[in-house]
Each structure stands twice: as structure tokens, then as C-alpha cells.
Design a protein around this ligand. Sequence first.
Ligand SMILES: CC(C)(COP(=O)(O)OP(=O)(O)OC[C@H]1O[C@@H](n2cnc3c(N)ncnc32)[C@H](O)[C@@H]1OP(=O)(O)O)[C@@H](O)C(=O)NCCC(=O)NCCS
Length: 170
Amino acid sequence: MDNDNSLEGLGTISVRAIDGDYPRPVSKSIYDEWGEMAPEVRDLAITRWLIVLTRADQSDIAVGDLSAHAVWYGPTPGSRSLNIGISVVNEYRGKGIGSIAQRLLAEELHRQGIVRVEAQTDIENFAEQKALESAGFKYEGTLRKAQARKDGLHDIQVWSHIYSGTTDAE
Ligand SMILES: CC(C)(COP(=O)(O)OP(=O)(O)OC[C@H]1O[C@@H](n2cnc3c(N)ncnc32)[C@H](O)[C@@H]1OP(=O)(O)O)[C@@H](O)C(=O)NCCC(=O)NCCS
């Protein structure tokens, strides 16, 4: 590795903010086979980032995308955490990209003043659990029967990445 964000033989990973209508790379998994969507979800404010791989010849390629939405744990500004999601394009999985991208996004959100960045993942999604751990997230617990997908209700793990500096809310 040349630096924390580079992967030998691949290039350097960065995350780039995009508008909601910006085309995202195609990536599919069993964890986004949702079935019927709740209409209220359309009103959810979601922020998005591309995961960009810059290769040795300086060309960029989008290898995945990230999202974040607010979760409130009280009525005060300091009670706002951001919950992130990720998808890496199938042929780029298992190369360390998801770990770096989630760490970069957590660091970016801390810079924007968010203390608690959280991520949820299925209890059987071992790749994401390992990627979150490598990204510096800590496992906090399991929410029982929390997520309904096409094939039924699933238990979901909660992980968090906490800013270690001081903030106005403290
Ligand atoms: C989950 C995901 C984002 C991880 O990104 P990634 O780039 O593949 O992750 P990384 O390569 O950084 O790390 C994956 C780790 O899981 C390991 N892994 C991969 N598949 C695994 C499996 N079936 N069981 C156990 N470990 C597995 C890898 O070896 C790697 O571990 P390491 O860091 O010890 O080498 C990506 O695989 C993906 O997009 N999956 C489909 C969508 C998804 O599940 N999104 C998250 C929903 S919450």
C-alpha cells in the first residue's frame, strides 16, 4: 500500500458527493431484494456518494456507491446521527474497497460535525461485518426482526464509528 487509501495493483479509493439523480454503477445483492416499498420512504432525505477508483494511468472508474440518511435519538441537533449504506460493484468486491470507502465516508461526516455514524447490516452479511470492522466501526448489538425484505423479516446488526474529538454538543 502506498497510503491508507490505496490498494496494491488497483489504485486509490476516494468518495465523491453526487446529486440524487446522478447515475450510479450497477451493483446487486440479496440484501437489496426488497419487495414492496413503503411510500413514506420516498420522503426520506438521502445523501449519496460515488466510490471512485483512480488507476495508475489517472483514469477514474465508479466502483460503487454510498448513501446516508439521518437518524434522530432526541430533539436536539446533537442527537442527529447519520446511517450509511454501501454497495460495491460485483467484480470489485473482496478487494478492500468497501473497508476504505466506509472509513473515508465516516471521516468526512465527522468533519461535517456528525459524531455518530452508524451502519446496519444483516446478521448473515459477513463481508460487510468484516468491512465495517476494518473501517474502524464497532459492533453494538443486534436488532431482532428489524428489516423486512422480500423473503421475510431479518435480524440486523448495528455498528458505529464515533468521532473521538470534542464537539459543541458535549
Ligand atoms: C459488503 C460490501 C460493501 C463489502 O465491500 P468489499 O469491497 O467487498 O469489502 P472488503 O473487500 O473491504 O472487505 C470484505 C471482507 O469480507 C471478507 N469476506 C468476503 N466475503 C465473505 C464471506 N462470505 N464470509 C466471510 N468473510 C467474507 C473478505 O475477505 C474481506 O475480509 P478481509 O478484510 O479480512 O480481507 C460488498 O461486498 C457489497 O457491496 N456487497 C453487496 C451489498 C451489500 O451487502 N451491502 C451492504 C448492505 S448492509
